[in-house]
Every structure is written in C-alpha cells, then in structure tokens.
Design a protein around this ligand. Structure first.
Ligand SMILES: NC(=O)C1=CN([C@@H]2O[C@H](COP(=O)(O)OP(=O)(O)OC[C@H]3O[C@@H](n4cnc5c(N)ncnc54)[C@H](O)[C@@H]3O)[C@@H](O)[C@H]2O)[C@@H](O)CC1
Length: 468
C-alpha cells in the first residue's frame, strides 16, 4: 500500500528546508515523465505538450527540453508564461532551439501540463476549447501531476482532460481517488522527485491499496477440522437469493460452516445449512442483504443486538434504527458496507442530517472521516468506484474495482467474503480490506464480457485467487 496526501505543499516545503530546491524537484518531475515516454514510445514519435502559466506548465516545458531532438516535440503555451520557474525553463528550452508552436495538432503523445495542483477556479473559455481539442486527439494522453479540470480538493469541473495515464508528482493525492474523477484520471503512476518517496512523504493516515496487499485466508496447518475455520450465520430475508449468494461466497472464502438463518424452509444449495435461529457455535453474523421485514424486533434483539458476535451490516440493515444501534457497542467487531444511497439513509438516522447522494459522492473522504470521528471503533466500507474503508483514524482506498461489479449480487458477495473472514477470526478492519480486495481482483480476473459477470462467476473467481 502507498501513502496518500491531501496536498503536497507541506512535503515540497520540507524539501526546500533540506536544500532540495524547486528546480531540483521540477527536473525530476520532468525526468519521470521523460522516462515514461521513452519507455512506451520510440524516438521519432511526436509529443504535443500544452503548458500553462505556472509550475505545472514549467514541468511541461522542462519535459520538452528533455525530449527535444530525439522526439518531434511541439510545445504550446496558450497563456504565455507568468512566474519565475516557467520563465527559467523556457529560457533553457529556447537556448536549445525549441520554439513554441501556435498550432494544436494531434500527436502520438499528448501531455496536459496546463494546470495542476494550482487550479483554483473554473476553467475559462480558452482552456475549455483547448481541452475539448486535446480530448478529441487520438494520441496517448498523459496528465502531468493531475488532469486539468480536477481540482486539488477533488472537485471535478464540468470538463476535464481525459488522461490515459496520470503521472503524479512526489506522492499520491486524494483528488486522484474520488469516484467522479476515476474516468478522467486513467492509470496512476507516481514520480519520485529526486529522493526516495518515503523520505519525501513522511507520515500519513491515508493509504491506497495495491493488489499485493491482498491476504487470502490461510490454511497452513493440517491438523484442523471444520470448526477451526468458524461458522458464519447469514440472516436471509425476503429476497432469499441475496442470502444464498452471500452464503456461497462465505463458504468459498473459507468459512468452515455457513448457516442461512431464516424463518421459512428454503431450497438452499447442499453446502449451506439453514436454521430458524442462530446456531450456538456461530462465530460471526451478517445481516441486511435482501432482508426486508422478515424478522420481528424481538428476534433481532435476541439474536443480533444481544449476541455481541462480530457482524457485517449491509443493505436493509443500514436503514434500520434497531440494527444500527449496534454501532454503539464499542467492544464488538462491526463492519458497515453501505453504497452511497445507503450511506445517505444511515447518516440521516444517526445525525438527522439529510444529504443527497451527489453530496456524499462529492465529499466521500470527508463523509467517511466524519462518520469515523463519531464511531472510530466501527469499520466503515463506503462502496464506490474507489471503495473507502476506515477504522481508528486509518483510511484505506481500494481503487481496484471495475465496472464488471456494477450488478446486483456483487454487494452480497462482498458481505459474504467479509463475514467469512470475521467467522475465521480476522479483525474487522482486515476482513473489510481483504474481502474488498478479493472482490475487486476476482472481478478483474473474470474473462467474460464486461457486462456479463454473474455473482456466481465472481465467486468462482474468488475460488481461484490463491492460484493466480
Ligand atoms: N512546488 C514544487 O516544488 C513542485 C511543483 N510541481 C508542479 O507544479 C504544479 C503546481 O504549480 P502551481 O502551484 O504553479 O500551479 P499550476 O501550475 O497548476 O497553476 C497555477 C497558475 O494557474 C493559474 N490558474 C489557476 N486556475 C486557473 C484557471 N481556471 N484558469 C486560468 N488560470 C488559472 C493561477 O493563477 C496560476 O498562475 C504541480 O501540479 C506540479 O505539476 C512539480 O514540478 C514538482 C515540484
């Protein structure tokens, strides 16, 4: 996992105090982009660099110098040059013979160095025209630091540069991981600015997860039996399919036993048990998926609220005042897995504040932190294109989800994976992180069409993760 920061200003300041000047940082920023281009494009290819008036533009001008002669470099400066660093970089570039181009033509590589971290107001007409044009080009699109149109606080403007790759300077920033900007950021790579990234970064309590972080349930001992791996009890309500999907996922992910708790007799697959109450040896619970109003309050009070077993609250449980009262229990392992619409409901119940889904989406990090401030002991997993997971002040971003997951049943699989890990004895935060990673990586591994994946396909992919 990698550290993530709200802004790099303080990190840059720390460098200056160590005599690592702006000029050094900038040279390395440009060298990082140069390396990326030289790795992916042979000399002779054309590179269009659109450079703005500030230091983001200066990164672009520096890149022009580094590539000039080996590549067909076209440098466009639509706003002229305003500050010290771009002036210095342009002098150096001009001295080598680089001239500005007035024409904006397609190239093999298009570099957006118009505005980076300094974007502080809406784009004007000139920028809008430029970005429309750059987006229409066929060349490989690289954003320097952050695409123009994505502000440092993560706000996505009505138009943004549509990057294939964002080469971000020094450290990963939160703005790169808001759901709304996922489609314009493309792949993200970090560029080191003349020192180890660990020295540049310092401390952070926010992290972006990587595939290598995924830990699968371990079965490294031979002298075991089904009881060794816990017993997941999944409350199955009006839509019994949701419980069956979650139960199948829980079993596939290693739970020794899985029971669907339901009042009625159902046709469950043979590997799932079902019962009308929670089995005595249950080691974790999951409730909410397809629940409806299946269980009476007295039953829920006895088997869910008073049980104190580790628990996943999902879907309908997140709009139940009774079930949400669980989050006051500070001695319990609790995972909440809302999607943004469910978060709106739970937030209203917990605080009385009525939010729109769009407001939650626009400030996902802030909302998760506000929830965490009230309930630090609860693991909150806010679903989305970039899932956010937080407990005890540490926030983890899982950016590995993909559009194949946008289908009914994916959330039930996730609840099943998490309750499975809880049943096997993993702490709530680990269960949420590794369940979420397993879900996302399994979806990536699915080989069918992007629109075709069923919850059962996803569970089959989970079953193969250890072999990958
Ligand atoms: N500070 C440093 O030491 C480093 C900075 N680097 C680069 O510097 C960038 C930040 O540079 P700056 O702080 O100069 O900011 P930018 O270059 O992103 O933009 C600042 C300039 O754009 C103008 N501006 C902002 N929004 C505008 C809008 N909507 N329309 C028109 N003009 C607008 C501002 O008035 C200012 O002149 C980073 O994104 C990164 O690319 C890198 O070189 C790494 C090191």
């Amino acid at each position: 996992m990698q550290k993530v920061f709200k802004s790099c200003d303080k990190l840059d300041q720390k460098c200056y105090e160590s005599y690592i000047t702006e000029d050094i940082l900038m040279e390395h920023a440009a060298m990082g982009m140069e390396k990326y281009i030289r790795t992916h494009f042979a000399p002779g290819n054309s590179v269009l660099i659109v450079a703005g008036p500030g230091n983001n533009g200066a990164d672009g001008i520096t890149l022009a110098r580094l590539l000039y002669h080996d590549y067909e470099v076209k440098l466009h400066l639509p706003y002229g040059i305003k500050s010290l660093m771009p002036k210095l970089q342009l002098k150096r570039a001009n001295a080598l013979g680089i001239e500005e181009t007035e024409e904006l033509e397609d190239a093999d590589v298009i570099v957006d160095a118009l505005f980076g971290a300094g974007l502080n107001r809406l784009l004007d007409d000139l920028s809008i025209q430029l970005i429309h044009k750059m987006n229409s080009f066929k060349g490989h699109k690289i954003a320097c630091d952050i695409p123009t149109g994505v502000a440092e606080d993560g706000t996505l403007m009505p138009l943004a540069f549509n990057a294939d790759t964002t080469l971000t300077m020094g450290a990963y920033k939160e703005a790169l991981y808001l759901d709304e900007s996922k489609d314009v950021i493309g792949k993200v790579e970090r560029i080191n600015l003349g020192m180890s990234s660990q020295l540049y970064e310092g401390e952070s309590d926010t992290f972006v997860l990587e595939p290598e972080d995924m830990k699968l349930p371990t079965r490294d001992k031979e002298a075991t039996h089904k009881g060794t791996f816990g017993h997941a009890a999944i409350f199955t309500g009006e839509k019994e399919g949701a419980g069956i999907i979650a139960g199948t996922a829980a079993t596939r992910f290693g739970a020794g036993l899985t029971t669907l708790v339901i009042h009625e007799k159902i046709m469950a697959p043979p590997y799932l048990m079902h019962a009308t109450t929670v089995p005595d040896n249950a080691s974790a619970l999951a409730i909410g998926m397809g629940l409806g109003g299946h269980f009476e309050e007295e039953f829920l009070q006895k088997y869910v609220i008073n049980s104190h077993l580790p628990i996943v609250l999902d879907a309908d449980a997140l709009s139940s005042m009774l079930l949400l009262s669980i989050i006051e229990q500070r001695d319990r392992e609790i995972v909440l897995t809302p999607h943004p619409k469910e978060f709106v409901l739970l937030w209203m119940i917990l605080t009385g504040e009525v939010l729109k889904v769009s407001e939650v989406q626009a400030k996902r990090f802030e909302m998760v932190r506000m929830f965490n401030h009230k309930y630090p002991h609860v693991t909150l997993l806010l679903k989305g294109a970039n899932t956010l997971i937080m407990q005890e002040e540490n926030l983890y971003i899982n950016p590995l989800g993909c559009t194949k997951l946008s289908k009914g049943g994916s959330g039930d699989v996730l609840s099943g994976l998490i309750v499975s890990l809880l049943a096997q004895g993993y702490p709530a935060i680990d269960a949420a992180i590794h369940g979420s990673l397993a879900l996302a990586i399994a979806a990536q591994n699915y080989q069918g069409a992007s629109y075709a994946m069923l919850a059962t396909d996803l569970i089959d992919e989970v079953a193969k993760l250890e072999l990958c």
